[in-house]
Design a protein around this ligand. Structure first.
Ligand code: CP
Ligand code: NVA
Length: 308
């Protein structure tokens, strides 16, 4: 039994095994209607709590569907309606939930909340996004890249925009899956140095290039995300837009990447801010496969957590 808290804290072998399981399970479904139970029912009789302290479409629906396909049941809980961190410590909530459910997925603000939940729960805890990281998203992204282009090891991945939580998990993946990473964006929105150092320590390149057209040269994959995340103050919106306008992913920028470079975005996208509709709806975009693969990647993550 293991928690899935982050990509840099999960072993390379386990991460690879999770991707392999995800691909095998996706193939085995062979496009069956979404409500069809999987032939294997590894979560039979398991109850999973899905806790959301922030809004969600993909994470909520894909975890819920994934548990059901694998024969388990879910309860979706909104942080605002719980005692979480208000009337009760996170540790006490973790102890109580462990008596009711077999696994906990939590989307929260502070990383410390996730860590405390994992420390005091007797059941696996999965990180469904914090202010700092979003590992389930990046497992789906790695799976998606490999479906389209083969092994991601040795490839060049470029992030253009805000060095946020999704970017952080992508940098972790660079180190763990062995691909080179380039960040392009304004200095105040650089990713954390600790993450870049982590990737470098695994033997891959992790560099910052301020000029976006130079950054994407030779890129196999270009990735971006919203300029203002859920935890960012709305008052930062105008400044962020001014800082990031030059880092929009558009056809002009994509022309500087490899001709067969893919485009990804975790979604929700703000069309014509961080990415133009032309790119998002264009032939290099794999955003819908990426969204679908949340389902398959997370099913594999849950099996890994429960050793099921
Ligand atoms: N990409 C992602 O996590 O989407 P949601 O916020 O809709 O869950
Ligand atoms: N960086 C975004 C990701 C949403 C899935 C946020 O945290 O709001």
């Amino acid at each position: 039994m293991s928690s899935f808290l982050d990509i840099h804290t999960t072993s390379k072998n386990d991460l690879r095994a999770i991707i392999d399981t995800a691909r095998r399970m996706k193939d085995a479904r062979n496009g069956a209607p979404k409500g069809t139970p999987d032939a294997e029912q590894p979560l039979k009789n398991r109850m999973v709590a899905l806790i959301f302290e922030k809004p969600s479409t993909r994470t909520r629906v894909s975890f819920d569907l994934g548990v059901r396909q694998m024969g388990g049941q879910t309860m979706v809980l909104s942080g605002a309606e719980m005692q979480l961190g208000h009337g009760e410590t996170i540790a006490d909530t973790a102890r109580v939930l462990s008596r009711y459910v077999d696994m906990i997925m939590i989307r929260t603000f502070e990383e410390a909340t996730l860590q405390e939940m994992a420390e005091y729960a007797d059941v696996p805890v999965i990180n469904g996004l914090t202010n700092r990281t979003h590992p389930c998203q990046i497992m789906a992204d790695v799976m998606t890249f490999e479906e389209h282009r083969g092994p991601i090891a040795g490839r060049k991945v470029v992030w253009s925009g805000d060095g946020n939580n999704v970017c952080a998990s992508l940098i972790h993946a660079a180190g763990q899956f062995g691909f080179d990473f380039t960040f392009t964006g304004p200095k105040p929105l650089d990713p954390e140095r600790e993450w870049m150092d982590f990737a470098r320590a695994q033997g891959v390149q992790a560099v910052i290039e301020r000029d976006p057209s130079k950054a994407v040269q030779g890129a196999d994959l270009v990735v971006t995300d919203t300029w203002v995340s859920m935890h960012d103050p709305q008052s930062a919106r105008e400044r962020r837009h001014n800082q990031l306008r030059g880092y929009q992913v558009n056809t002009d920028l994509m022309r500087h990447a490899k001709p067969d470079a893919l485009f990804m975005h975790c979604l929700p996208a703000h069309r014509d801010d961080e990415v133009t509709s032309e790119v998002m709806d264009g032939p290099q975009s794999v955003v819908w496969d990426e969204a679908e693969n949340r389902l398959h990647a997370q099913k594999a993550v849950m099996r890994w957590c429960l050793n099921a």
